[in-house]
Design a protein around this ligand. Structure first.
Ligand SMILES: Cc1cc2nc3c(=O)[nH]c(=O)nc-3n(C[C@H](O)[C@H](O)[C@H](O)COP(=O)(O)O)c2cc1C
Length: 176
C-alpha cells in the first residue's frame, strides 16, 4: 500500500542547513496547525507551541541552547530563521508524549510543505541557564508549571538531506 502520507513519512529527513530567507506566514500557519491536530492523552490539548521569528529573540535562544551543549559558539538551530518551542504541562503524566507527538506532526507537515525542519533538544534546560533565560521564557508567555518538551528549527532547505539509514532488521513484529 502507498499514498501521499506514507510517502511523506518515508521521505521526511532532519534538515540542518537553512536559507536565511524567512518562510511565509501561510507556511508557518500550516506547520503550527498540524501540531495542534496531534492526539493528546485524554484529549487535553495541553501542549503549547511558541513560534519565534524575531531575530533578536532567536539569537538568544541559540545562545542559551548552545550554552547547555557547552559549545558557546555553536548554533544548535543551524541558522533556521524560525524556532518553534513546544511546552506541555509538567504535572500531566503524558507531558512528554503529548509534546513529542505535536513536534512529530509539525516535522511531517514541514516536509509536506517543502520546508526543512529538525527536532532540537534541550528545550527545558535552555531556560534554566541563568536568570536572563528564565526571564526570556516568561516574556515569551510560557506559563509556570510547563516543561519544555522539544524545539524545532524551521525554514527553507539550503542543502539536500543525506540519505536515511536503512531501517533496522526486526524493527517490528507481527503476532497473529
Ligand atoms: C528526541 C529527539 C531529539 C533530537 N535532538 C536533536 C538535536 O538536538 N539536534 C539535531 O541536530 N538533531 C536532533 N534530532 C534529530 C535526529 O538526530 C534525527 O531525527 C535522526 O538522526 C534521524 O534522522 P532523520 O530525522 O533524517 O530520519 C533529534 C531527534 C529526536 C527524535
Amino acid at each position: 500500500m502507498d499514498n501521499e502520507v506514507l510517502k511523506a513519512i518515508r521521505e521526511r529527513r532532519s534538515i540542518r542547513r537553512f536559507k536565511s530567507e524567512q518562510i511565509t506566514d501561510e507556511e508557518l500557519a500550516a506547520v503550527l496547525e498540524a501540531g495542534t491536530w496531534a492526539p493528546t492523552g485524554h484529549g487535553t490539548q495541553d501542549p503549547l507551541i511558541f513560534a519565534v521569528q524575531n531575530p533578536e529573540i532567536c539569537a538568544r535562544l541559540r545562545h542559551f541552547n548552545a550554552a547547555v551543549m557547552g559549545q558557546a559558539d555553536a548554533d544548535p538551530y543551524y541558522g533556521a530563521p524560525t524556532i518553534v518551542l513546544v511546552f506541555s504541562k509538567a504535572d500531566n503524566p503524558n507531558c512528554v508524549k503529548d509534546g513529542s507527538l505535536v513536534i512529530g506532526n509539525m516535522l511531517l507537515a514541514a516536509h509536506s510543505a517543502g520546508l526543512g525542519a529538525c527536532w532540537i533538544n534541550r528545550c527545558d534546560e535552555m531556560f534554566e541557564v541563568n536568570d536572563e533565560a528564565r526571564n526570556l521564557r516568561a516574556s515569551l508567555g510560557v506559563p509556570e508549571g510547563y516543561k519544555g518538551v522539544g524545539s524545532m528549527a524551521l525554514g527553507y532547505i539550503a542543502h539536500e538531506a543525506p540519505a536515511p539509514r536503512p531501517r533496522k532488521q526486526g524493527y517490528f513484529s507481527i503476532i497473529k
